[in-house]
Ligand binder design. Structure first.
Ligand SMILES: [Zn+2]
Length: 240
């Protein structure tokens, strides 16, 4: 299915059964908007990026991208390695170190075990089901959700069972080849990766502009207190 123009859920039905869990198959994604132009970005936020996480979910400085029917945040199983495959097409120079650094930082910060397991030619960013998280670079012609000042999108596919529980089973991160690293951009490319991978783990956007999970990046490069509290909440939900 074609990515939507907002960061609400995108289709990608991949009917199937894993144990008692039924795949509902949506890839829930969030975007990160860079801010070379405040006015344009403000419009962009309002027009294209209404999802600041699930309303009412989360806590101080963070939201959950989606919660299950039980009201728990959708995230990865406690003991599972979040495997990531990288498609290097269109990647910036030094991408492998940058991805490795982002993954290591987020593993440490979150308690989840994220690992780059290899490279791939797969570019099916729109339709993710079970499998490793696909991380790559594209332009808005290939991935329309990257149109405008969107630096990247990221999210997970998930299963949800008849009992109302659920967890992530796959996902994607795609970074806009045209929005980061330019002379006008204050956005740290590695921070974009961390932001999108946090979406993959299950956090949405926060209205606190000082957090890395703010919808608009005004130069934040580090995870803030709200981001860290949100990651801790995901981890607690996964492992309790
Ligand atoms: Zn985002």
């Amino acid at each position: 299915m074609t990515p939507s123009t907002t960061d609400r859920g995108r289709g990608g039905s991949c009917g199937g059964v894993l144990g008692t869990l039924v795949v509902v198959g949506a890839v829930i994604v969030g975007t990160l908007v860079v801010s070379p132009d405040l006015q344009l970005s403000d419009l962009r936020d309002a027009a294209v990026d209404p999802l600041h996480g699930e309303p009412g979910s989360g806590g101080d400085g963070y939201t959950f991208l989606q919660t299950t029917a039980r009201g728990e945040p959708l995230t990865w199983p406690c003991e599972e390695t979040v495997e990531i495959v990288v498609n290097p097409e269109g990647a910036p120079e030094g991408y492998a170190d940058m991805v490795g650094s982002a993954v290591a930082r987020l593993s440490t910060a979150s308690g989840f075990d994220l690992e780059v397991v290899g490279e791939t030619a797969d570019r099916d960013f729109a339709d993710r089901g079970f499998g490793p998280v696909l991380l790559g670079w594209a332009d808005e012609e290939e991935v329309p959700a990257l149109a405008g000042p969107v630096a990247g999108i990221g999210g997970s596919s998930y299963v949800q069972g008849p009992g109302g529980g659920g967890h992530a089973v796959g996902g994607m991160v795609v970074v806009d080849t045209e929005e980061t690293g330019g002379w006008f951009s204050r956005t740290d490319p590695e921070a974009v990766l961390v932001h999108e991978l946090v979406h993959v783990l299950g956090l949405g956007h926060t209205e606190d502009p000082t957090q890395l999970m703010a919808a608009r990046n005004d130069g934040q490069s580090e995870l803030g207190e709200g981001d860290l509290a949100g990651l801790a909440a995901l981890r607690e939900a996964a492992c309790s």
